[in-house]
Design a protein around this ligand. Structure first.
Ligand code: UGA
Length: 441
């Protein structure tokens, strides 16, 4: 089948590469010439396990092409995926200008029936706007060509996106035309084996499903972080509480890890956007506001603990930071807790020595050269001569350090662990002062 994907960002690249890999003929279109040149030269602009190989093999097989040619893109695919960015406006609502520009391009150029598929995370009601945009462009040309609009949100996790696309929990299809559902069913058939994973519904419900999923996951995290803060005050250990509640299958063990806050390009943006959507229709989403508020506060917890430990004076102190990416297996630092921590430390006059297995380049890009930031090649180099260690991202390599070497390298053996990687009792036995999250025992 012929597929066009507009937007060669994270979602577009994964969608394009995976659809090509099962034999479709895919054209990816992006307006950024530099990005397309790099992709055509075999350079993948994002860090995602498995993606480089997938793109390279499908390009070599002639099933995956990258271009800035919009005419070619619209002429190519029966399926026209819109996977361009929807950055948040200042007020938290998603900026739809790029999505609607693609819709306009499709309406201006199409010369046959097209299925226009919203893959970007967009507010409820966007499919109607896309439909109106395509229709207006067709009307302008005096064309009576037919098209359908589909909401097909993505549920990819960074770091596991290929696996999530190839073996989805579910594929949500929102349409108002049963014929379109059948076309999408055929497109997704290679990923829909053993049992039916397609969940078909009306367009608005599909649009809301995406926000509901992310808001629910963010709520689980903020709930646990709230309980963790309470556990500290009550002399309880949240890790025991986590195991105690997770064993109830109605609650489950997934996504109830307390920490120093959620980040990334999705949860913070989507919770805000849903809150905003609610406000637009006259509903105050109190729970969502609280989820966001708890998370904002949680991102400052590590700094507060460090500041308190040093009696409110961090001037001239050096703090080692392990983990800069918003989560392991990515170099993405959007809304990362490490940024909140480092910026607060700098503000207080402290220096940072940081290490991350893959996000150091990204850190350099964001912060440039600064005298109060040293990026170190190894975790051990980052703690050399530091006053304390703060752990922000739970990369595997931080799980079992040489604690004797760690004690020797730090000026004082003190760890602020934002991801609860270590056993407090073991730390005590080793003479390391240990501050986790929610570990009040
Ligand atoms: C998230 C969703 O998990 C995906 O299903 C969704 O498709 C995606 O957003 C999206 O909308 O595109 P992602 O942002 O890649 O995926 O990251 P997650 O793995 O969900 O982690 C988000 C944040 O929550 C991280 O900062 C992580 O450290 C934090 N987290 C996660 C916790 O603090 N505790 C947990 O128990 C789990």
């Amino acid at each position: 089948m012929k597929v066009t994907v507009f937007g060669s960002g994270y979602v577009g690249l994964v969608t394009g590469a995976c659809l090509a890999d099962v034999g479709n003929n895919v054209v990816c279109v992006d307006i950024d010439q530099g990005k397309i040149d790099r992709l055509n030269a075999g350079e993948v602009p994002i860090h995602e396990p498995g993606l480089d190989d997938l793109i390279a093999s499908n390009m070599a097989a002639g099933r995956l092409k990258f271009t800035t040619d919009i005419d070619l893109g619209v002429a190519h695919g029966l399926f026209q995926f819109i996977a361009v960015g929807t950055p948040p406006d200042e007020d938290g609502s998603a900026d739809l200008q790029y999505v609607l520009a693609v819709a306009n391009s499709i309406g201006e150029r199409m010369n046959d029936y097209r299925v226009v598929i919203n893959k970007s995370t967009v507010p409820v009601g966007t499919a109607d706007k896309v439909r109106a945009k395509v229709q207006a462009a067709l009307d302008q040309r005096g064309s009576t060509l037919q098209f359908d609009v589909v909401s097909n949100p993505e549920f990819l996790k960074e770091g596991a996106a290929i696996e999530d696309f190839m073996k989805p929990d579910r594929v949500v299809i929102g349409t108002d035309n049963p014929r379109t559902t059948e076309l999408l069913r055929a497109l997704y058939a290679p990923f829909n084996r053993n049992h039916d994973r397609l969940v078909c519904m009306d367009i608005r419900s599909a649009e809301l499903t995406k926000y509901a999923a992310n808001a629910m996951l963010a709520t689980k995290i903020s709930f646990m972080n709230e309980l963790a803060n309470l556990a500290e005050k009550l002399g309880a250990d949240i890790e025991n509480v986590r195991l105690g509640i997770g064993s109830d299958p109605r609650i489950g063990y997934h996504f109830i890890y307390p920490g120093c806050g959620y980040g990334g390009s999705c949860f913070p943006k989507d919770v805000k956007a849903l809150e905003r959507t609610a406000r637009d229709v006259g509903y105050e989403a109190q729970l969502l506001q609280a989820v966001e508020g708890v998370n904002d506060r949680q991102k400052t917890r590590l700094f507060d603990k460090i500041n308190r430990h040093f009696g409110g004076n961090l001037q001239g102190k050096t703090v080692a930071v392990w983990g800069l990416a918003f989560k392991p297996n990515t170099d993405d630092m959007r809304e990362a807790s490490s940024r909140t921590l480092m910026e607060a430390l700098w503000q207080a006059g402290a220096k940072v020595q940081a290490h991350d297995p893959v996000a150091m380049e990204e850190t350099r890009r964001i912060y440039g050269e600064r005298s109060d930031l040293t990026l170190c090649d190894t975790p051990m180099a980052a703690i050399q001569g530091a006053d304390a260690l703060a752990i922000v991202t739970e990369w595997k390599v931080f799980r079992s350090p040489d604690f004797d070497a760690l004690k020797a390298a730090l000026k004082q053996p003190v760890i602020f662990d934002g991801r609860n990687l270590y056993d407090p009792e073991q730390m005590e036995r080793m003479g390391i002062t240990y501050h986790g999250i929610g570990r009040g025992r």
